[in-house]
Design a protein around this ligand. Structure first.
Ligand code: SF4
Length: 367
C-alpha cells in the first residue's frame, strides 16, 4: 500500500505549526509572541542563538547583522542541513558546500553543527514502499542518529522529483531535508530544555509573495515554553525586510567574499541542481559542468516525470537558453571541488567584488 504519511500528516502539520499558509488557503492567525515586524530583539535574553546557515548571502547577512548588534558570540552556533546527506549521493548540491560552511564558521570562530536525512535528497526521492530514513544530527556531545516513526507511519513511495510549488506538500525537499531535520534537532537535545533559544533564518519578503507575508518574530513550531521541557524557542527572521542591496552592503562592509554560486552568475545560492532552476541555469550546467545533468535525465526516464513542471525533459530544457559566460575562473575551478579552497574574507590580493549574479533573478525560487 502506498501511503502519503509525510505529505498528508507531517508536512501539513508543520505548516500549521509554523503559522504559515503553505497552501494559500487561509490567513495565519496571530498568536501571543507573534509579530509581523520585529527588526530588533533583545539578544541578551537568549541563552542560545542558532543561525541556520545555508551558505547563501541571506543567511550570512543574518550572522553579520548579529555581529553588528554586538551579539555575545559564545551564545551563537551555526546549523547547516546537508541536502545530499553523507551516504554517497551527489545528485543535487554543490560539492563544496559542506567544506565552505565549515570554513565560514571557522573564519568567524563559531561552532557549526551539520545534520542530514540519511541518503539525502536522492534517498528520499527513491523511497519505494518503504519508510523515510533516519536523521543524523551533530551536537556538542556527538552524533545523534534518530530513527523514524514506523508505528504511526506506513511505508510510502515517492519516485519522482519534488514539484515546483510554494506548497511544502508538493515541494517536499525543503521540508524533508531541512525543516524536519531542524525540528528533530531542536526536539531531541536536552541542552535546550529550560532554555531560551533564538532560531534564525534568512528569508526576505522581497523574494516572493509568500515570504512577504511571513511574520518576523514568532514562537517556533518547536516552542514548548509552557510544557514540561520549558523549552522557549523563538523564530526570528532578521533580514526579512532587507532589500538585496542591503544584503550585499553587509557582506562588503564585513569583507566577506560573495559565495561561489553568485560569482558564477546564479541569482541565489540554492542546490546546484535546484528544482527551481530556470533554463539559463540548466544551460549553464550543461555547458560548464558536462555530465552534471545525466543522472537527472536518467531519473526523468525512470519516473516518466520531469524535474521541470513544464514537462520538458532536462536535456531539452538545457538547450533552450544561452548559458552564462563565466569569467570568474577561480569560482569555476572551485565549483566542482569538494574542498573549499578560496578565501572567506577579501584582502588586498583578493579584493571584494560585486558578483555576476547579484541583482539578477536567475534561478529564483524558494529554498
Ligand atoms: S534548494 Fe531547491 S532543490 Fe534544494 S531543497 Fe531547496 S527547493 Fe529543494
Amino acid at each position: 500500500m502506498i501511503d502519503r504519511f509525510d505529505d498528508a500528516v507531517v508536512l501539513p502539520t508543520l505548516g500549521t505549526q509554523l503559522g504559515l499558509d503553505l497552501n494559500h488557503e487561509s490567513e495565519s492567525v496571530a498568536r501571543p509572541g507573534q509579530y509581523f515586524s520585529a527588526s530588533q530583539v533583545d539578544l541578551d535574553t537568549y541563552d542560545q542563538i542558532i543561525v541556520c546557515m545555508s551558505g547563501g548571502k541571506d543567511s550570512i547577512a543574518c550572522l553579520l547583522h548579529l555581529l553588528d548588534l554586538g551579539v555575545d558570540r559564545s551564545r551563537v552556533e551555526l546549523w547547516h542541513h546537508e541536502v545530499d546527506g553523507r551516504e554517497g549521493s551527489s545528485l543535487m548540491d554543490w560539492p563544496f558546500m559542506t567544506s565552505y560552511n565549515r570554513q565560514l564558521a571557522a573564519a568567524f570562530e563559531l561552532p557549526i553543527y551539520f545534520s542530514w536525512l540519511d541518503g539525502g535528497f536522492e534517498g528520499e526521492m527513491l523511497k519505494e514502499n518503504s519508510y523515510s530514513r533516519a536523521h543524523h544530527i551533530e551536537t556538542p556531545e556527538g552524533l545523534l542518529t534518530l530513527a523514524r516513526d514506523t508505528v504511526r507511519a506506513l511505508p510510502a513511495t515517492r519516485r519522482k522529483f519534488p514539484q515546483v510549488s510554494a506548497s511544502l506538500q508538493t515541494r517536499w525537499c525543503s521540508s524533508a531535508l531541512k525543516i524536519d531535520v531542524g525540528r528533530r534537532a531542536l526536539n531531541n537535545q536536552t541542552r535546550f530544555n529550560n532554555k531560551k533559544v533564538l532560531f534564525i533564518t534568512g528569508e526576505r519578503r522581497q523574494e516572493s509573495a509568500n515570504r512577504a507575508r511571513y511574520n518576523q518574530l514568532e514562537p517556533h513550531f518547536c516552542d514548548r515554553r509552557n510544557g514540561m521541557k520549558a523549552r522557549h524557542v523563538d523564530a526570528w527572521r532578521p533580514v526579512l525586510d532587507w532589500d538585496e542591496e542591503r544584503v550585499w552592503d553587509a557582506l562588503k562592509r564585513h569583507q566577506v567574499l560573495a559565495p561561489v554560486p553568485y560569482r558564477l552568475g546564479w541569482g541565489r545560492s540554492s542546490c546546484m541542481k535546484c528544482i527551481f532552476n530556470d533554463r539559463r541555469i540548466w544551460a549553464t550546467l550543461r555547458e560548464h559542468f558536462p555530465g552534471s545533468l545525466e543522472a537527472i535525465a536518467d531519473y526523468e526516464q525512470q519516473f516518466e516525470c520531469t524535474i521541470s513542471r513544464d514537462r520538458i525533459p532536462i536535456m531539452d530544457l538545457s538547450r533552450q537558453a544561452k548559458p552564462f559566460e563565466i569569467r570568474d575562473v577561480k569560482a569555476l575551478a572551485q565549483a566542482l571541488d569538494s574542498q573549499y579552497k578560496l578565501p572567506i574574507y577579501a584582502s588586498s590580493d583578493y579584493p571584494w567584488e560585486t558578483p555576476a549574479g547579484a541583482f539578477t533573478k536567475t534561478g529564483c525560487g524558494p529554498s
